[in-house]
Design a protein around this ligand. Structure first.
Ligand SMILES: Cc1ncc(C[n+]2csc(CCOP(=O)(O)OP(=O)(O)O)c2C)c(N)n1
Ligand SMILES: [Mg+2]
Length: 313
C-alpha cells in the first residue's frame, strides 16, 4: 500500500464514519453503530502491514478495520441501511459484517469474543502449515475479559501465528482506562504469557505499520504470537447518541488538535509526497464516492422475506 493509498483509505474511513453518524441522527439508518473516528490511522497502519493471505478479526467498532482491509464501502454502508446488497444481506447491521475473500473474519458485538475466534483461525493456519498470520483487533476493555487470558496462554504455548492488537483508546464505554485497568499498560500482560509485549503510538501510521510487519514476519517464521498495544483516542462517542458526560469537551478538543489524519497529511505534504491540491482532490473524490454510495444504498431493494429467513438458526 502506497502512502497516498493509505491516506485515501484513512479519509474514506473518516468520512464513512461521519456519514454514518449523520444518517443515524437523521433517522435514515436504524439500529446502532460504534464509529472509530480518531482511530483511522491505526486501522490502516495494521492493514498495510498484512499480506493478502492474512486474516483479521474485529469488534463492535469494526468499520475502520474492514474498510482498511479493502471492503467495498457501498456493501458496508448498505448493511447499515438494512439492504440486501449489504455484506449480510441487510440482516446484521454494523456489528455483523465479514468477507473472507479479503481475509476479514468479522465484527463481533460481544466484547472480547473475537480473541478466541482469532486464536482458532491461527490454530487452523498452524495445523495446515500455511503462512497466514491473524491480526486480532480488540479494545482495552476487552483485555479484561477472561477469554483474553485463556487465548494468550494457549497461543503462546502452541506458538500460534496470531497478533493480539489492542486499541487502547482511553475508554471502555464510559469507563476511563485508568479506572478499569489495575495496570494501564496492556502490553505488560504479555510477560505473563511469555510473548513479546510492545506499546506503540497508535496515531503514528509508520510506527504501527512497522511494528505489525515485524511481528507478523516473526509469527510467519514460527516465533508465535505477540501482544501489540496501540495508544490512541476515540474522538467519537462510544455509540450513537452518547452524551459523553464522562469526559470534558476540553479533553476532546485537545485530542482533535492532534488529529492523527491531519498529522499524517502534513507529513506527506512536508515530504513532498502529496501537494495541498492533491490532498484536496483526494478529499473531494472520497466525499463524492460516499455521496454516491448513499444514493445507491437508498435506492437498493429491501431484503425479501426469503432472504430474511435464510441462514437463521
Ligand atoms: C460480554 C460483553 N459485555 C459487555 C458488553 C457491553 N459493551 C459493549 S462495548 C463495551 C466496551 C468495550 O470497550 P473496549 O474493549 O475498550 O472497546 P472500545 O469500545 O473502546 O473500542 C462494553 C462493555 C458487551 N457488548 N459484551
Ligand atoms: Mg477502549
Amino acid at each position: 500500500m502506497t502512502l497516498i493509498e493509505a491516506y485515501r483509505r484513512m479519509l474514506l474511513i473518516r468520512h464513512f464514519e461521519e456519514e454514518i453518524e449523520r444518517l443515524f441522527l437523521e433517522g435514515r439508518v436504524m439500529g446502532t453503530a460504534h464509529t472509530c473516528i480518531g482511530q483511522e490511522v491505526l486501522c490502516v497502519g495494521v492493514a498495510a502491514a498484512l499480506q493478502p493471505q492474512d486474516a483479521m478479526t474485529t469488534t463492535h467498532r469494526g468499520h475502520g478495520h474492514f474498510l482498511a482491509r479493502g471492503a467495498d464501502p457501498v456493501r458496508a454502508m448498505a448493511e447499515l441501511f438494512g439492504k440486501s446488497i449489504g455484506y449480510s444481506q441487510g440482516r446484521g447491521g454494523s456489528q455483523m459484517m465479514m468477507d473472507t475473500a479479503i481475509g476479514f473474519y468479522g465484527s463481533n458485538g460481544i466484547t472480547g469474543a473475537s480473541i478466541p475466534f482469532a486464536t482458532g483461525i491461527a490454530l487452523d493456519a498452524s495445523l495446515r502449515k500455511s503462512d497466514r498470520v491473524t491480526a486480532c483487533m480488540f479494545g482495552d476493555g476487552a483485555s479484561n475479559q477472561g477469554v483474553f487470558h485463556e487465548s494468550l496462554n494457549i497461543a503462546a504455548l502452541w506458538k500460534l501465528p496470531v497478533l493480539y492488537i489492542v486499541e487502547n483508546n482511553g475508554y471502555a464505554m464510559s469507563t476511563a482506562t485508568s479506572q478499569g485497568l489495575a495496570n494501564p499498560c496492556v502490553a505488560d500482560r504479555a510477560q505473563a504469557y511469555n510473548m513479546p509485549g510492545i506499546t506503540v503510538d497508535g496515531n503514528d501510521f509508520e510506527a504501527v505499520r512497522q511494528c505489525v510487519a515485524q511481528h507478523a514476519a516473526a509469527a510467519r517464521a514460527g516465533a508465535g504470537p505477540a501482544l501489540i498495544e496501540c495508544l490512541t483516542y476515540r474522538l467519537s462517542g462510544h455509540s450513537r447518541g452518547d452524551p459523553r458526560v464522562y469526559r470534558t469537551r476540553e479533553e476532546e478538543q485537545a485530542a482533535w488538535d492532534k488529529d492523527p489524519i491531519r498529522i499524517f497529511e502534513k507529513r506527506l505534504i512536508a515530504d513532498s509526497i502529496l501537494s495541498t491540491d492533491g490532498a484536496e482532490l483526494i478529499q473531494r473524490e472520497v466525499n463524492a464516492e460516499l455521496e454516491q454510495a448513499i444514493l445507491t444504498c437508498e435506492g437498493a431493494p429491501e431484503p425479501t422475506l426469503t432472504e430474511y429467513l435464510t441462514a437463521l438458526y
